[in-house]
Design a protein around this ligand. Sequence first.
Ligand code: NIG
Ligand code: FE
Length: 410
Amino acid sequence: MTTLYKDFSQVVTLQGAHQKDGRLLTPDDLSIINDGAVIFDDDKILWVGKTKDIPQDITIDTTQSFKGHALLPELVDSHTHCVFGGNRSVEYGMRLNGADYQDIAKAGGGILASMKGTNDLSRKELFELGRERIERILSYGVGTIEIKSGYGLNYEKEKELTEVIDELKKYFAPRVQIFNTFMAAHAVPKDYNDSHAYMQQVVIPLLQELAPRKIIDAVDIFHEEGYFDDADLKFLAEAATALKIPLKTHVDEFTDNKGAKLSAELAALSCDHLLCTEKDGIQALAKSKTVATLLPGTGFFLGKPQANARALLDVGVKVAIGSDYNPGSCNCDNLLLIASIAAPTYKMNLGELWAAITLNAAHALGLTDQGAILPGLKPRFSLFKVNQIEEITYNWGRNYSTSNKSITAR
Ligand code: NIG
Ligand code: FE
């Protein structure tokens, strides 16, 4: 079926950003078409241009007019942990009263507290919580969502979490695209001597059991002091490569332990957080295809210094922004609100900002056939009831998305 959407105030194509592989962007790389239109079928975009120039030689089955709306490449949240049980509001209160995230974790709180909350829930309850959270994420205009397992932290519960994410993926397809990341290497439960024992007994064998079912889209690991080390990261990368599964990483969040550099060397799809990454890591990323995913909501919510976004952007690193929605370090599901707050903090221009939550975020999941409105790419869009793109993040905290009300194309 061929569809024409026309009369948009703006179609923000990101053609320039796409041509530059999402690097060293200027505001012009948004490549905005005023009074724009787009023609697409179920699989791909066929044409984009001005409404007055709609070609006559393409047979159109349905037409819709979108006066007063802007059309953008689909928003992608490329980093969430949104399947978990319980909440950590008590820890949040403790932090506001002076405690530190790492000290709380050492005392048995943190990820291990959410492990308990998650193990207390059934598969059905976890699915239902995930479904509700995804519905809310969609309401902001996000259409592709990455979800990590990692709060089960034992063989059976981690398996169940990966299966729950797969069930959510099937439930929401094709309207929403869910990307299933296996992150059993999120923290080391107390019953293991060290991270190496947990990797050997749980993470790697479970990955090898699940991989043939083709339900895992990527693996991830928390590379940090007190969690997983270089040897664990290399072990996981090796096992994943043998299974043809891409690698994503959590690195340099609390210390610069050279996780970004190692991730670039291991050709990870993305390495995320990067609050403490120094020059060598930044240079390594600039020369690599690895996307640097910044999670500004986490620094903000934990009261930590933010990542040095300008240093990354200015040397040509491909930068994405994700929400990191999770019960501990960033209990916020709203990617667009996080991006609004991040832009002036990171001193990003509008081209950099929008590429970070569309094109580069898609590339952080290996989805290189979306992220711009160009012929041949997938027809995955986000729609906002605004006349121009600036209005979306200018009205920070308000929701102008109408994607899930009037657009079914994904
Ligand atoms: O990305 N850094 C590791 N994992 C999560 C935090 C998880 C938690 O505190 O529950 C993150 O910030
Ligand atoms: Fe995370």
